[in-house]
Design a protein. Structure first.
Length: 530
């Protein structure tokens, strides 16, 4: 009986949201690529209209009434589960929905338009990153780092308003806070997830301490200072979420290279062509445009757009591979699946593919075949390049620890001393000393807290899944073939299309992972790479 009632409801729902979601995404894309006021207003209006569909209490009650029913069709059962959760997350008054959407979009707009002012010049994020990556002038580095943080003060009050709104509504729905609600609706167990992360931290602590000791010694030598004097601006980026230029000096291989051509050649070689996606992408920086990078599936029917702000360096090469990793996942989901299932099974799943691909810009075989490095030179830098990748995974993992623990504590008590909490966690996990006497909302300068709340754990879980997929490729899919086949064999693309992408959101994430690799999440493969 319930299936016969649910099917017409589902059809009516999809018929209403599918064109509206497409228009909202197109407005979002225009806003992120132009920063226009018209696109902002249209984005707010369309996203609010879409959210109000999911806030309907009668429709939510109808879905809840079927919770005890066993669906015979797995497709219907999964759609009912996903739809019920999405309705639950939107059960709030229209005025609250309007306010949360308005605040989020306005904060994102502030990030898009913010420029760090240094010595009379306004610097884009790319220019800030360039100074922190290459400059040996400590004074300039300090000024640049401080200027990059001014966006935090600009958005702090609105961000706290947004966080408190999210929290209030989550508590009205019976959750401890918005963070707990979000994990539940992402099909993640909070206790298990933090146990996994804490175990990772403990297991990797010795190698991390050794790395940090060596890094501090190297930075002290470069900047001619005592290790006790090293501060955030001595590191290679604004948040110390990546390593700087390593022994292999991979960055030099991308000077004057066409990152689009390299990306196209690689994905075509492994059987996942992206030329159709490149034609729709927006890949170069300009005023008013989002300064970050992302992939957007506009309609779940093939209109997939990638945004980057490319410069010819290794960082943006890795970002191109990362974002088109997201894009190929969306492209190769089985488009015969129902609309609601025509998407990755989980955020950590699509992140795992993006992270898997993004790692390849440090892979010596990839550098040989696609960046035109002589085979002998590739062999010479192989060990250094692999070490640089391992170090990058290590650094990013500890940055994830900061973000995950901070955001959890932020929602548990948004009225606490967040400025101090932020630096306590940075010092604990990253071993980076706070600036002397610093009192500023540096935490608010991370855009994810507004635009992608309760998201960062997906990066670290995705890294673990990426390592598990890599292990399966080498030991099962490509067994008996040379190591370089990872970046040259169409078997890689065939495996990903059939075992990873095709099923879309039909299964919850750990069933998907078991189907793809023969086992549930196993952090061992990630730890082995460190």
């Amino acid at each position: 009986m319930s299936e016969s009632l649910f099917q017409p409801f589902l059809k009516k729902h999809i018929d209403s949201i599918q064109p509206l979601a497409k228009e909202a995404h197109l407005a979002d894309w225009e806003l992120q690529t132009t920063g226009s006021t018209e696109a902002r207003d249209r984005s707010i209006a369309l996203n609010t209209q879409l959210a109000k569909i999911y806030s309907d209490p009668a429709e939510y009650a109808f879905l809840v009434s079927m919770n005890d029913f066993t669906f015979e069709s797995p497709l219907l059962a999964r759609q009912h589960k996903l739809l019920s959760d999405y309705y639950l997350s939107h059960q709030m008054e229209d005025a609250v929905l309007e306010e949360t959407i308005r605040l989020q979009i306005e904060i994102e707009e502030s990030f898009n338009n913010h420029r760090a002012e240094v010595r009379g010049r306004e610097l884009s994020d790319n220019e800030v990153d360039g100074i922190l990556l290459t400059s040996q002038d400590p004074a300039l580095r300090r000024e640049t780092w401080l200027a990059s943080k001014t966006v935090g003060a600009l958005v702090k009050d609105r961000l706290l308003d947004l966080i408190k709104l999210r929290n209030r509504e989550a508590k009205l729905l019976g959750f401890a806070d918005y963070y707990a609600m979000s994990l539940k609706l992402q099909e993640l167990d909070e206790v298990r997830m933090f146990t996994i992360l804490d175990d990772l931290n403990s297991e990797c602590e010795p190698v991390w301490l050794e790395y940090r000791h060596n890094l501090d010694a190297r930075l002290a030598e470069i900047f001619n200072c005592a290790t006790e004097s090293i501060r955030p601006w001595h590191h290679a980026n604004r948040f110390f979420q990546e390593t700087g230029t390593g022994e292999a000096d991979i960055n030099k291989y991308f000077v004057e290279k066409d990152l689009e051509s390299l990306s196209s050649d690689f994905f075509a070689t492994i059987g996942l062509p992206i030329d159709d996606l490149l034609k729709k992408a927006d890949l170069y920086e300009r005023p008013g445009k989002c300064q970050h990078a992302f992939c957007m599936d506009v309609d779940r029917s093939g209109d997939i757009k990638v945004l980057c702000n490319n410069r010819p360096n290794e960082r943006w090469m890795g970002t191109m591979l990362h974002e088109f990793g997201h894009a190929i996942y969306d492209k190769y989901v089985d488009h015969n699946l129902p609309y609601l299932l025509r998407t990755p099974c989980h955020t950590l799943a699509t992140e795992s593919i993006a992270l898997f691909m993004g790692r390849l810009s440090k892979n010596p075989d990839w550098l040989h075949f696609y960046a035109d490095i002589d085979i002998d030179e590739a062999a010479q830098i192989a060990s250094a390049a692999k070490r640089e990748l391992s170090e990058n995974l290590l650094v990013f993992m500890h940055w994830c620890f900061v973000m995950v623990h901070f955001e959890r504590a932020l929602y548990q008590d948004p009225d606490q001393d967040l400025d101090n909490l932020w630096w306590n966690l940075v010092e604990k996990y990253q071993k980076v000393k706070r600036p002397d006497g610093r009192s500023a909302p540096d935490w608010a300068s991370k855009i994810h807290l507004a635009s992608s709340p309760v998201y960062y754990h997906n990066y670290q879980l995705g890294e673990m899944v990426a390592s598990q997929l890599l292990h399966h490729l080498h030991t099962v899919v490509l067994i008996g073939e040379p190591e370089s086949s990872l970046v040259t064999s169409p078997k890689v693309g065939s495996y990903l299309k059939e075992a990873v992408f095709k099923s879309g959101a039909l299964y919850e994430w750990e069933t998907w992972l078991f189907n793809a690799t023969g086992e549930k999440l196993n952090p061992k493969y990630f730890v082995d790479q460190l």
